[in-house]
Write a protein that binds this ligand. Structure first.
Ligand code: 13P
Length: 252
């Protein structure tokens, strides 16, 4: 049985004081008990203060990106070791905003995945098709290409530590979520290619989150699907009560 994993991707959307208020709100609002893994991914400049504010709670910390090199002359970049040093357990890699706005390729994402795994971070590897690709009937090809490209050369042992997030680009920030059936179809395919690439045991273990307009009122029906093991939440993770309701949906 896979443990549900709900993560909030705050993107570039909080000030320092909003981030700290959100953590305080989450510490109060999140359901107690430990049947769900929960993480928040603040802007990188607030990782350290958020880590301090999370101390003693079960909420994990994640970064929204990193660089694959371990150090050196890479102005503006952050290494996996730096993220670990400020308390991160997770790092989101290959988010569609980084692929489409900042031009990250599968090869870039793959280098980051290897660096994260080597350092001991858990990568949340994002895949997902655009509306144009879906309408052209290319969803499964695009998702498979991103999956194989982003995880090229990853060992079976390391693969079991990876989290996959299926985020259809057309559902991100639009208010139009994939239906549970649309999402489950892609998640089922991903489970299949995980098995073909890494074996049945790894496929059974790896959590596949859905992301794209997840809210308190659609989380339960998405999370009820057998291959949807959690959610990567954008907008709805910015309000403690709404995010807590999504975690509650995963717990029940
Ligand atoms: P929204 O939940 O705002 O659609 O964003 C999803 C997302 O991109 C999470 O990484």
């Amino acid at each position: 049985m896979r443990r549900p994993f709900i993560a909030g991707n705050w993107k570039m959307n909080t000030t320092r004081s909003e981030a700290l208020d959100l953590v305080q709100g989450l510490r109060q609002a999140l359901p107690h008990g430990n049947s769900v893994d929960v993480a928040v991914c603040p802007p990188s400049v607030y990782l350290a203060p958020v880590a301090a504010a999370l101390e003693g709670s079960a909420i994990g910390l994640g970064a929204q990106n990193m660089y694959h090199e371990s150090g050196g002359a890479f102005t503006g970049e952050l290494s996996a070791a730096m993220l670990l040093d400020v308390g991160c357990r997770y790092v989101i890699l290959g988010h569609s905003e980084r692929r489409h706005i900042l031009g990250e390729s599968n090869e870039d994402v793959c280098r980051k995945v290897h660096a994260a795994l080597t350092a001991g971070l858990i990568p949340i590897v994002c895949v997902g098709e655009t509306l144009q690709e879906r309408e052209a009937g290319k969803t499964s090809d695009i998702v498979a290409e991103q999956f194989f490209g982003s995880l090229a050369g990853v060992s079976v042992a390391d693969a079991s530590r990876v989290v996959i997030a299926y985020e259809p680009v057309w559902a991100i920030g639009t208010g139009v979520n994939a239906t549970p059936e649309q999402a489950e179809e892609v998640h089922g395919n991903l489970r299949g290619i995980l098995a073909s690439r890494f074996g049945a045991a790894v496929a059974d273990q790896v959590r596949i989150q859905y992301g794209g307009s997840v809210k308190a009122d659609n989380a339960a029906e998405l999370l009820a699907k057998p291959n949807i093991d959690g959610a990567l939440v954008g907008g709805a993770s910015l309000k403690a009560a709404g995010f807590a309701a999504i975690v509650q949906a995963a717990a029940s």
